[in-house]
Design a protein. Structure first.
Length: 481
């Protein structure tokens, strides 16, 4: 029996004074179906139904329901097996890929003796599904890229209501379908909640130059959006390439000087094989995007220099950076955000300490591990050829520098340091050598160098002296010849 309006649910009581005598026969229960709208009008493909049963000579213990196709349907996309539940309602999502469909719903109460309603409540529904829409997120499309790029989408399903004045929402979308020209037969499926797809080197099949990406979105009812596309220039990663990751966001003149220092060194020595990944220029910081880019290079330089807050990129890239080192790559990091108080590597920090040759990170007298730079400090240098000592020239830098003890090993070499009693802060002076730069030869062949101070900022009275130091550090670990 189908009820098209609200029903009054009736219960029963047990007469314990006059118990009912044993039944000679068992009557089957009755079932009532309730539709929260006009059941004669077409319904959306996402439909909530409610039901209730009664049993004249017992109790309703469960319900069985199923969807079927009308008789005469050539091919039915539904699973027509009965499902059992004790729930009194359920939201059903039905396949309506072509805009319209007709299905039959049946529900039968089951009594406490296992007998189902002999005449289940049944209703035929005409269902509708409007195709969803998808666009590339504004301001995120590249004109050119390496074979490592993330595309971001905005999509909506017009059959949903996000709020009173807006009929479109991404709430009931299922997934994106994405492919490159030439690979139409093997598209990538991405859950709609991710809102993006990252293309990696293997997706391009060694085909570079102009490439076109195609994308669709599919809703939970199976309807497919119109296809969108974008063509851009894809450049192959250079042989023996160097990736410079500019994660410096301090702003103003300091950021400009820092950026120029690292770029000038690479422009003079390896311009043709250097590529720059500017974290600030990315549409958003995305783990997959960072991993895809880092996978293209075995020589990587990452600097934040004088930043005191992280963009989050180091954290997201931590596993990819470990993988780079462990495939015998070469990694140089200049940052006060890597170890200790501001550690970007979290639970992976012990693994990075091992690979950079760091035994202990020292505590600062004011708490934490970050020391402020002082114009009065004389820092000793052990990168040869290069400076033997220097002073930082930049003013206004907050505590950003970690001091540490390098591992005592023939594979590890301290590069920049404060000799004992030369790092003076108030009543504190360092009781042993405090290192702030180290190079390490990793077992297996990887090479690393780490500086906890801003190597990209000026030293002494010559603004180019830090560039000489950068060059020598990059040569030391084999990034530059």
């Amino acid at each position: 029996m189908a009820l098209l309006a609200a029903a009054a649910w009736l219960g029963s009581c047990d007469d314990t004074i006059n118990p009912t005598p044993p039944k000679e026969t068992n009557q089957s229960p009755e079932t009532f179906l309730y539709v929260e709208s006009d059941s004669l009008a077409p319904q959306p493909y996402r439909l909530k139904l409610s039901w209730l049963g009664s049993d004249a000579d017992g109790q309703v213990a469960a319900y069985r329901h199923r969807w079927t196709c009308p008789s005469g349907t050539f091919s039915c996309p539904l699973d027509t097996v009965w499902s059992e539940t004790q729930a009194l309602s359920q939201v059903f999502v039905l396949p309506v890929p072509d805009g319209e469909a007709r299905y039959v719903f049946s529900v039968a109460a089951v009594d406490n003796e296992g007998t189902p309603d002999a005449t289940p409540a049944t209703q035929t529904f005409d269902l509708l599904n409007t195709s969803p829409v998808v666009e590339f997120e504004a301001g995120t499309l590249p004109l050119q890229s390496l074979p490592a790029i993330t595309f971001y989408f905005t999509a909506a399903d017009s059959d949903t209501t996000a709020k009173q004045d807006d009929g479109d929402s991404p709430g009931y979308l299922s997934h994106f379908v994405v492919w490159l020209d030439g690979s139409e037969s093997s598209p990538t499926l991405v859950p709609s909640a991710e809102g993006a797809v990252t293309l990696r080197e293997e997706d391009f099949g060694d085909r570079y130059g102009p490439r076109t990406i195609f994308a669709q979105v599919v809703d939970e009812g199976g309807a497919v959006s119109p296809t969108i596309q974008h063509t851009w220039e894809v450049q192959s990663a250079p042989e023996d390439g160097i990736l410079l990751v500019d994660d410096c966001r301090m702003g103003g003149n300091l950021e400009r000087v820092s950026d120029n220092s690292w770029r000038n060194v690479l422009d003079r020595n390896a311009a043709a094989r250097t590529r720059i990944l500017d974290i600030e220029a990315l549409p958003r910081v995305n783990r997959n995007d960072l991993e895809a880019n880092l996978a293209l290079f075995d020589r990587t330089i990452w600097y934040t220099d004088a930043d005191t807050t992280s963009s989050g990129a180091l954290q997201l890239a931590s596993s990819a950076l470990l993988a780079l080192i462990d495939r015998n790559g070469k990694l140089v990091i200049s940052s006060g955000l890597v170890f200790g108080t501001r550690s970007a590597f979290g639970e992976l920090e012990p693994l990075f300490r091992e690979r950079f040759g760091i035994e202990t990170v020292f505590s600062a007298p004011a708490g934490g591990t970050n020391f402020a730079l002082s114009l009065q400090d004389t820092i000793q240098a052990a990168v040869h050829p290069g400076l033997t000592s220097f002073r930082m020239r930049s003013l206004g830098l907050r505590p950003i520098m970690d001091c540490f003890r390098s591992v005592a090993s023939t594979a590890t070499r301290f590069l920049y340091f404060y000799p004992e009693s030369t790092l003076v802060r108030g009543g504190f002076s360092n009781p042993e050598r405090y290192d702030i730069g180290v190079a390490n030869m990793v077992a297996g062949g990887g090479q690393t160098a780490y500086m906890s101070f801003p190597l990209g900022l000026p030293m002494n009275t010559n603004t180019g002296e830090n560039e000489t130091e950068i060059e020598e550090v990059l040569k030391l670990v084999g990034i530059l010849p």
